[in-house]
Write a protein that binds this ligand. Sequence first.
Ligand code: ASP
Length: 326
Amino acid sequence: MSKMPIIQVFALGGTIAMTPGAAPGVTPSLSAEALVAAVPGLEKVAVIQAKTLANIGSANITIDRIAKLCAAAEAAVAAGCDGIIVTQGTDTLEESAFLASLMYKGSKPLVFTAAMRAATHPGADGPANLYNAVLVAVSGKAAGVSVVMGPKIHDPWQVSKEHTYELDAFDSSHGGPIGYIVEGAIQMHRQSTPLVKVDLAGKPAAPVALVSASFDGDIKILEALPSLGYKGVVIEAFGAGHLSEVWADAAEALLAHMPVLLATRVSEGPVLENSYGYKGAEIDLINRGLIPCGPLRSRKARLLLSLLLAEGGDWKAKFKEGVKAF
Ligand code: ASP
């Protein structure tokens, strides 16, 4: 009999671990062991090791927690695990998986999963998602870090939560999921984005602000950023990368203090670079020194810049390389 693969499940909380308590609403309560015990047939797929690292709503997850999670995952791989599963809340699943894709150096798959329905909800999706995530990890077909929700396998650079309560809440920009779990088999269409790796070496991430351009909005927030200690800012612009003229001037003034990245508030498509010629449009902003984020969502661009600034070195080259690869 061939040896069963060993899979380490790390649980961070989220709806997948939530049950009703005394107060109204569900709250995180189930341990990693309980999540694993709720999945019929898992014992036929792998030997599962389960550990609860936290039991929190995913809005409370920090960059530092994901850095420590990656270190724990690498240690588990070094100790002989064939793959790592992380369960957490859906709200920030895309940020955690993206951060892990930048920081995780383990040689085995690291798969994030979650649930839209609480553990006690009729038709809870957590057990099926956890089962599928284990299938993906065991298969070894999705290299690096991936996200599994339902039958879909997503690239952390592309995936985002796009619905607040529907079961099929996650989408991947350009080209959809990178693979599917079909009748228990893993069908990959492509692999996750070639990765930029960042090594924080224990340093804290740099503070980077995320500011969304708003209709007829004033520039007070932009003007305040240097005195607030920010080391960078991502501006979520209109359309293909457009700001009002006053915002364009304020963004340029910020360049004397920090890098200014240009993202879009639109959910699909990249920031353009060579289409619109008016003041405040993308050609003008890029000429002034703003750095376009391509198709990378503003919230992920912010995390990437935070890590790259903390790492030191040529952050601009690495940022451009990452966005281009994506
Ligand atoms: N609020 C929950 C969380 O992100 C939502 C979920 O898990 O689906 O922790």
